[in-house]
Write a protein that binds this ligand. Sequence first.
Ligand code: FRU
Length: 476
Amino acid sequence: MNNKEKADEYFSKNKSKIKDSDRPVYHFTPDIGWMNDPNGFSYFNGEYHLFYQYNPYDIKWGPMHWGHAKTRDFVNWDRLPVALAPDDEIKGQCFSGTAITDNDKHILVYTVHSNDKEEQTVEIGDGVNYKAVSDKPVIGIDKLPKGFGGVDFRDPKIWKEDNVYYCIASAKNDRGFGSILLFESKDLLEWKYVGILFENDGKYGKMWECPDFFKLGNKYVLVISVMGMQARKRKYFNGHQVIYFVGTYDKSSYKFIPNGRGKTFDFGFDFYAPQSLYAGGRTLSVAWLHDWSNDLTLDGAKWCGQTTFPRELKLEGNDIYQMPAGELESHYKNKYHTSFILNRNKEYIDNDLNSRTARFDFDIENIDADKLTLFLAANDEYNSFIKINMKKKTLKFSRRFSGLCKDAIDERKIDIDICDGQLSLSVLVDRFSIEIFVNKGKEVLTSRIYTPLDANEIRFLADGKLKIDVSKNEIE
Ligand code: FRU
């Protein structure tokens, strides 16, 4: 039995140990065990495929496989056999990578990781079974330009243009910083290094991971998952962080030229390694709803790690706007809409708004308040709150009282737009997460919570008058 079969057998023997009620309702989780980055997010034969960094045997990171699932609506997923497993053939772990559809072929590219080097491999398959195009990695460390070691050389992103395949990967240079290297190939077997697409000038952390590069509107976007970012004025924060740049791509010199500084992709505590997909005329993105810095594994759980609900990305100027993909709407039930005036220092609760698995849309119009607090996933004991300072135009998210099982980063404040006292918020609440979309997704904050499920109220409190309009759509 090979390692893929072993992993699938382990799943079959243990799957009954996880009840559906122990999982999120509409966020993807591994069938059993641990997941980190989403991988190979692609559209193949009329279905969306998602692979993921997967250790079936534990709820901690371990020998990396690629788990595999497919869906039509991002809520109901079909588990597929493990696509890649570390084994004797490839002699290493299967680290992150991407996929494309090329006619009837599903092409995966990923990193083979061993202790002393990282190299890129291509496999081709039919949506279930995949086979390497060569018994050796096709973008080996021999392809690296001068100044790069090969110990950190990973997370390839592939695309095809004018019959040429292109692939970028992150590599650490001799100064310890991440660079995005670009390679090209006509046949997926022979790859040539063509240049540095973009490099870290030291302003954006150290090593970069999981680069993503795509056209959005008439511009190009480069997304990087940064290790060791340094906080700066509510724009960036410490640790692992996802940054995007909007700019142009000079194909003749293989250079990406950003229009300005990098921006934070998501201000929450748990967002990393996003991957995009262009399909059906829209650009979607999915990320790991988790973070390396916060060890928040649920005691006794049989799974760990989930993805964001896929988001549709749009560009306005040099800003990316992100909102949940429209597929969610077909799962709405128990719709409820209300509007009310919130009075000074009087807590407002409407029990018809109670839910732990819903999308809430709030339209807020200030009358004479300075501060508004929305308590989510709340009861008398627990809550996560959004505190808006209408005057200073800031939003603070706190999960300090959410029932976290361990010490973790729990508060963050950001700057937001409030024009004429108006603000809109859309919030996805699921059993283990809260995603907050501010002003149609100009700023987003994604975080895990581990709050008991009976904390399902929304409470409102302000120091003055505000008009609030809320819609609730429960998600089954
Ligand atoms: C990012 C990452 C990738 C790597 C993978 C290993 O979260 O560190 O760079 O390929 O996870 O699981």
